[in-house]
Design a protein around this ligand. Structure first.
Ligand SMILES: *Cc1c(COP(=O)(O)O)cnc(C)c1O
Length: 456
């Protein structure tokens, strides 16, 4: 009998997050202050983040205990299932064994709630009553809204205008969970008004929405703090529950991955699965092929520069050493909204730069083709973001078919696509275009990357 689902006893829920910082092959470059360009002090971040999260951001401890109140909310939906994709394997006629960790069963429909719960909790611990944030496709705004609700915090969401208009159900979902939604850019902030005066018809971008949300926190006199849904060390840290559970579940299935795959926007779901395995493989002397998958139209890791850059368009965030397409980069309006970000987590950038992990990109039509195959074999409709990971899992399984190798492939099913039916409709009716990004567009955006020399 086939064992499709590898469940994990609720008693085995991880009780500490895995911090990759001490395991990195080289130390991270220090974050820089946006005005002085000097290495950042913890206090520099205190205007927008609570101190407990700043400490986590800078921590070099190998593990950080998960507070009991966070564990309590995690237990609503964790451990999430790990499934062997037998039906997908059959359809591909591959000797490869494909497994996926199913984060789509989380209340908000994606992995993002793993950090949202932790961030809301730490803000509550510091007496904060309101948070501000940005959202692109809407998944992060959804996750933080419900998490804030759990901890009695008001949640203000700056939603990229194009999503605000094209995804009314996402907006309504955020409101259902108690969040307040503002289209970005908008008239309520100084940076929003500036973006609109330069470009009245702008559809917005994640970079602009971050500027607005950060401004609201920075000008609140400590009343409102800001929460980011990806990129930062502490966000990736919180997501490691995914991989820590997966390691135990794969052990139960007597399987060890040769390949670990995740789609990569800011990098949090990829890191959530890959980082604990990176540590595990390092300590056991094993080797794993880690693959981050990004859209060909926002090719941060595959075509960007390894350099210091801002996280937002208005140049208000600290500079992080990362792969970047330039903080002014406006990605084309592809359907994987959660992957449209000019930068990426510094920890992932470092690992890719060191050759410890690798990145590939894919176009949206082949990506949706894999989504349909997955939906029709496994029964789950994936988010278009997740489709990038599925495409590469399928490609790797097809390579195994050619070579006859029975590799073990593990990917992260970061979220479901129930709010992405317009995207599926466009694909099914043949209206989806594939843009190969023009080198000139990339060059123009790269010109904005600041030239930074760090004094040590
Ligand atoms: C936001 C999102 C992503 C991309 O963000 P990462 O931080 O790179 O994980 C991927 N998949 C889903 C379903 C998302 O909601």
């Amino acid at each position: 009998m086939r064992e499709y689902n590898i469940s994990l006893d609720a008693k085995k829920l991880p009780t500490a997050w895995y911090n990759i910082t001490p395991d990195l092959p080289t130390p991270m470059a220090p974050p820089l202050h946006p005005q002085t360009m000097k290495p950042l002090a913890p206090d520099d971040l205190a205007a927008i983040f609570p101190m407990n999260l700043i400490e986590q951001e800078m921590s070099a401890a190998p593990a950080i205990d998960i507070p009991g109140e966070v564990m309590d909310v995690y237990r609503l939906f964790r451990p999430t299932p790990l499934r062997r994709a037998y039906r997908l394997e059959d359809a591909l006629d591959t000797p490869a064994r494909i497994y996926y960790k199913n984060e789509s069963v989380a209340p908000s429909g994606s992995h993002k709630i793993n950090t949202a719960i932790a961030q809301a909790y730490y803000n509550k611990e510091e007496g904060i009553r309101a948070m501000s944030t940005e959202t692109g496709a809407g998944q992060w705004g959804t996750a933080l809204s419900i998490a804030c609700q759990f901890f009695g915090i008001e949640c203000n969401v700056y939603m990229v205008r194009v999503s605000y208009e094209q995804k009314p159900y996402r907006r309504t979902l955020i409101q259902t969970y108690g969040g307040k939604v503002f289209p970005s850019p908008g008239e309520t902030t100084e940076s929003g008004r500036a973006f609109l005066s330069t470009n009245p018809d702008t559809t917005g971008s994640l970079g602009m929405a971050i500027s607005e949300a950060v401004e609201v926190a920075a000008k609140s006199g400590g009343k409102v703090k800001y929460g980011l849904g990806s990129v930062l060390n502490h966000v990736l840290l919180h997501q490691t529950v995914i991989g820590l559970e997966a390691i135990q579940q794969m052990e139960q299935a007597e399987a060890y991955p040769d390949i670990v795959i995740g789609c990569c926007g800011g990098g949090s779901n990829f890191a959530g699965l890959a980082f604990p395995y990176y540590g595990d493989a390092k300590h056991r002397g094993k080797s794993i092929d880690f693959i981050a998958v990004e859209p060909a139209s926002c090719p941060t890791l595959t075509r960007g520069h390894y350099a210091y850059d801002f996280g937002d368009t208005a140049r208000t965030t600290p500079l992080l050493k990362q792969y970047t397409l330039g903080h002014n980069f406006m990605p084309p309006g592809i359907h994987a909204g959660g992957l449209r970000y000019h930068g990426v987590a510094q920890q992932i950038a470092l690992l890719v730069n060191e050759g410890a992990m690798r990145a590939v990109s894919c176009l949206q039509n082949p990506m949706f083709e894999a989504c349909l195959l997955f939906a029709r074999t496994e029964g789950i409709v994936p988010a278009p973001e997740t489709g990038h990971a599925i495409r590469v899992a399928v490609d790797e399984a097809l390579k195994c078919k050619e070579s006859g190798e029975a590799k073990t492939i593990l990917f992260n099913l970061s979220g479901h696509g129930h709010f992405d039916m317009t995207a599926y409709e466009a694909y099914l009716s043949g209206k989806l275009t594939d843009h190969a990004l023009d080198a000139a567009v990339l060059e123009a955006a790269e010109a904005a990357i600041p030239k930074v020399t760090v004094e040590s």
